[in-house]
Design a protein around this ligand. Sequence first.
Ligand SMILES: Nc1ncnc2c1ncn2[C@@H]1O[C@H](COP(=O)(O)OP(=O)(O)OP(=O)(O)O)[C@@H](O)[C@H]1O
Ligand SMILES: [Mg+2]
Length: 602
Amino acid sequence: MEHLRYLNKFFRKYKWRLLTGILFVAIANTFRVLPPRVIRYSFDLVKENIAYYRLFEGFALQEKFYIIFSQGLMFFGITVLALAALQGLFMFFMRQTLIVMSRIIEYDLKNEIYDKYQQLDLAFYKRNNTGDLMSRITEDVGRVRMYLGPALMYTIDLIVLSVIIVTTMLTVNVRLTLIILLPLPILSVSIYYIRSLINKKSEAIQQQLSKLTTSAQEIYSGIRVIKTYVQESQVYRYFAHQSNLYRTLSLDLARVEAFFFPFMLLLIGFSTIFTIYFGGIEVIRGNITTGNIAEFVIYINMLTWPVTAIGVVVTMVQRAAASQKRINEFLNTQPSIVSHAGKNGIQIKGDIEFRNVSFVYPDTGVEALKNVSFTLKAGQRLAIVGRTGSGKSTMAELLVRLYDPTGGQILMDGKEIRHLPLSTLRQQVGYVPQDVFLFSDSVTNNIAFGKHNQEDGANVSEEEVERAARYASIDKEIRELNGAFQAAVGERGVTLSGGQKQRISLARTFLQNPQLFVLDDCLSAVDANTEERILNNLEAILCNKTAIIITHRVFTMMHFDKILFMEDGYIIEEGTHEELQRKNGAYANLLQMQKADERSAE
Ligand SMILES: Nc1ncnc2c1ncn2[C@@H]1O[C@H](COP(=O)(O)OP(=O)(O)OP(=O)(O)O)[C@@H](O)[C@H]1O
Ligand SMILES: [Mg+2]
């Protein structure tokens, strides 16, 4: 229950809705318990009048009496109908207030979680898988809503109805009331047990279903591998096995559910028989009338629903508490990358300094950077070269604060980057990450993505997009697509080749036109000619800008003010192209091999 306390703030926020809802429940229930009384009157009326009717046997008045009598009955009938209509109306209002309130709170809560997701850092996303994040915001919030809406409504309903019915019954006959209320707790407890059994079983089914969908998804997206390795029948067997498990679990649940409803009806039937039997005894003793029996039978039937609801409500609350606990865990996670609350929109010049920077990845403990120091002046160009796994991408990630260094400092324009507002930093650094990501949207929107985001809301013109595409040497290929710039790029851009995606991602950054470019291995999947063209364009684009270019290969045709050679998290060589060549170390070695490769390719 303590986890659900978090939700009280929403009850406070919507207190008027809640209070009117409670009022409507009370009114609806008042109209609900009145008809049995009317029915009691009419029963008693019938009994009396039949006696009188017999008395008038053979008199002319008998006919008249009959008319008056039937009109009286008609009146009672209409009253019952009117009361039922009123009850329905207020039940409608009750759902409109309480259930709608739960929907509004659900909306608020989802927004709150979504906001939190946006604030959390990359390390958080590495720790939690996407499916988990999705189920927090859909399934768990859905369960919490059951507590906020139905469970709350049933509880109020239960209390109001039981109080009204039991007091009415007590005023009629105390002994009979106590006797017939006796079996109800048994009903309540047994329903609670059956419901928890049903819940446990449906939970297992849910889990099996999600396993099934996950594996189906994986099978479809990996279909190429499955087919080329001729593993279809193997995969089919696995899937069939999982499906069978699902079927067994479902049938198991169906059995319990099939038992549930008849069992409930049986218990209700027993209480009706109880009422008639003991009510009959009381009538014989002259304590109550036959009308009272009819009234009590209706009451007891009315009470079964709330009594059943206790079990339902208890399980709803338990599940909501478990879900809210998980939600709270997320809401209480503090992002480790926090934006500095400074003035936004400071222009960055582009001086960069790494001062004894070390970095250990939080989950794996991999020490990716060890005591890295270098400086870069605004307007200069830096190449970071090195073997795979040497820590190059890590340097780029630290620079845009996807992570913060575990040791040392990174300074920009002489100021530690932690002391810049995050959005200022990220808007002015054009970062092309190594793993390209395209959204399921048009090519234009993918290229203009970074611009849309900016606060001034500037619209991006077609020409700008096309120019950026031209610089990235992808415009011709886009025009050949069906729909050209408006062509939809499929899920993760499957309709494009790796090199094409890479260049669209590059165009995205060109359009952003930042002061500082960080390009992580952005030409690894393009051929030599295209590479040359892009490098030529880069010369023009990078004029007066600071640039950090990460590569496996040495770009001989481009001038760099400084080259860092990374190995195993250390900078092992540093200098200009000429200096490093003269040094005849790792860099010169790499250059030699590259040249040999090129020669053998020719
Ligand atoms: N998210 C991560 N969590 C844990 N360890 C990581 C993560 N990303 C990278 N590493 C590890 O950090 C080290 C440096 O990785 P990094 O990606 O910086 O290499 P790189 O030089 O960019 O390599 P490549 O040229 O292949 O892109 C590697 O040992 C890698 O296994
Ligand atoms: Mg890398």
